[in-house]
Design a protein around this ligand. Sequence first.
Ligand code: NAD
Length: 295
Amino acid sequence: LKKKAKGYIKAGKKIERAAVLGAGIMGGGIAYQSAVKGTPIIMKDIAEKALELGMSEANKLLAKQVERNKLTPEKAGAILSTIRPTLNYGDFGQVDIVVEAVVENPKVKKSVLAEVEGLVKDGTIIASNTSSISIDELAGALKKPENFLGMHFFNPVHRMPLVEVIYGTKTSKEAIATVAAYAAAMGKTPIVVKNCPGFLVNRILFPYFGGWSMLLRDGGDYLKIDKVMEGFGWPMGPAYLQDVVGIDTSHHVGDVLAEGYPDRMSNKEFKSALDVMFDAKRYGQKNGIGFYRYE
Ligand code: NAD
């Protein structure tokens, strides 16, 4: 997969200016990562508060780099100034790529994507950071589906190296190449995958969560299991990982996979731990309580 991506990276057009839609957990992370690696980015949201949060997260990450003597305060300030928070589409006509990272709702995404397509210049690539919606379904809202594809980052963006570049049936090779090159320029490892439920990583991850969920049903203690998996050498165990990803997000992706692969992933037991947590509104780090508590 990496080899295939390398060919695309080589062929990809360099992105000079980018934009991200949404300044939430992912949009803020994407803006930071783009800026820190040298590509200026406009960050648009519909809520002032989200923009403030997105900028303060980027500022915190830059301050950490200054603390570790990896950046001077001046350089950090200069990087921060290349992220431009905005509530309107002002300069979208000048960007080479728009990464959409608004809420995971097909209706909202389709309307935002169609809106932005009408504002960008010819040849601007539009990518969605959706974790579960079909790229072909979203492409249906666009006049130029050849310029559209998935660019799936993982949370937290500044730490997770992989980016899935997901092509739909109408995505052009140029669009794949440009997104792969942008991911590489952001210091990430792109892999090029075909559109399907769960794309690639979640098709690997969810059977693991499913096996773990069944262990819990059999009386397993998730605190102990997390310790075992850390001892095994993984950076965190499954319960902690679910808290980081967000129980609501995982719950939804679990449904998508169950529908996409009814023969393999629709077993209720597969998702029982997630169901219990979701019903109790314990969404993980995002709302301060999941399998663990967060101050
Ligand atoms: P979030 O709720 O933190 O942020 C979404 C942001 O979008 C909010 O700030 C909201 O105000 C903004 N928004 C809503 N409508 C908008 C519009 N019309 N224009 C501009 N901004 C708008 O969500 P998130 O966790 O950052 O997720 C964003 C996307 O990334 C989703 O598609 C999600 O599935 C995907 N994703 C999330 C994760 C994760 O772990 N959180 C991982 C990979 C992918």
